[in-house]
Design a protein around this ligand. Sequence first.
Ligand code: GDP
Length: 445
Amino acid sequence: MFDALSGKLTGVFDKLRQRGALSEADVTEAMREVRLAMLDADVALPVVKDFTTKVRERAIGREVMDSISPGQAVAKIVNDVLIEALGGAGAVPLNLAAAAPVAILMVGLQGSGKTTTSGKIALRLHTRERRRVLLASLDTQRPAAQLQLQQLAEKARVSSLPIVPGQTPVQIARRAMETGRREGFDVVILDTAGRLSIDEALMAEVREIRAETNPAETLLVVDAMTGQDAVNTAKAFNDAVGVTGIVMTRMDGDARGGAALSMRQITGAPIKLTGSGEKLEALEDFHPERVAGRILGLGDLAGLVEKASETLDQEETEKLALKMMRGKFDLDDYASQIKQIAKMGSIGGILDMLPGMGKLKDQLGNKEIDTSILTRHGAIISSMTKAERRTPDIIKASRKKRIAAGSGSTVQEVNRLLKQFDDMSTMMKRISKLGVKGLMRQGMS
Ligand code: GDP
């Protein structure tokens, strides 16, 4: 997701940064490239127009043009406007403040991932917030759907409403809420039937169920892979029944990202959650500032810390992250960082969160990343002297030969590692200038 867009935008801003001074024409040219990149990524036209206009307006002022590094200043503006387009700072949490049992109504087209997402939300509320969750399938169109949800409930270790054949969706919804009240559930998740396309019957059914259950959340599930269609679907649903939030699934696929970027502005509804895989654990909050960071190749350190803290020693990870943020980052830190990454498993997704790692990913052929490269980098670093690890600049030709021989690698590999480290340090510096420190704190609290 976002790979192509991110690559192009990073290219535009690298060019801007290389210029000392910026003219209005430079900004105009850059915005033209940004517009093309966004359209290519399937971002809706009004969103693209609005975006480039805002950036231009803010960039063409004395303050930016006369600043010490105008390219950097424009990149910061783009970052800010991107965050705004994605819905503003901070994730929008699920609203579960109503009196128990709180109903969450899941709506969406068939195949969007609605049932899976119901299971994911149930698991999250059950494990993270210790809520008592009841899952109920109102899908009477496909008998298998009710069984599917029952199985998901078992996996998530939450309860599911017993299946009673012959009931209408509204009757099931009523029974679910009664059961919720009677048996003391905190949350009742109602998974409605989907259709292959939007039709009035579907909307009428959703409205009826909503009137019956008065849900605190009506969550629309859309598939990121469907691009602009996802946005059109969301708009239609929101106009017809009103949704309180959007869950975008298949963020793990190679969708171009336009849907995520257009959603807020076109529909007015916030993306609250995203799905990034088939497993029940693959559910994330949608943090506009982190997504912007990924799109602009700045990585998603806060997301990384969060992911890491689920797998790794919390203290160790925070120490490392803080060092990264302060720009005090040497090869020893790099070595310990890659060791941690190797522990976390799935490398592709993690590389996306690391600043400056996009290039490494390209070198490795994108998909075929395994942990062996990291292990090799670890071996190379351990063949360096302490001084070399502290001050990599002193590593010239003869030292490179010695290090390569000592670690059973080649000078080329040593070069590649140093380049990688260099890219990462540069990115770190850029990030600390952009002031992502606040973000970090947020991510670790
Ligand atoms: P529903 O018809 O809307 O209820 O869709 P399902 O929940 O049955 O999901 C359809 C398919 O999409 C299933 O094979 C799911 O495992 C898969 N799926 C759901 N969410 C995601 C996601 O975030 N990423 C990926 N890769 N697959 C997903």
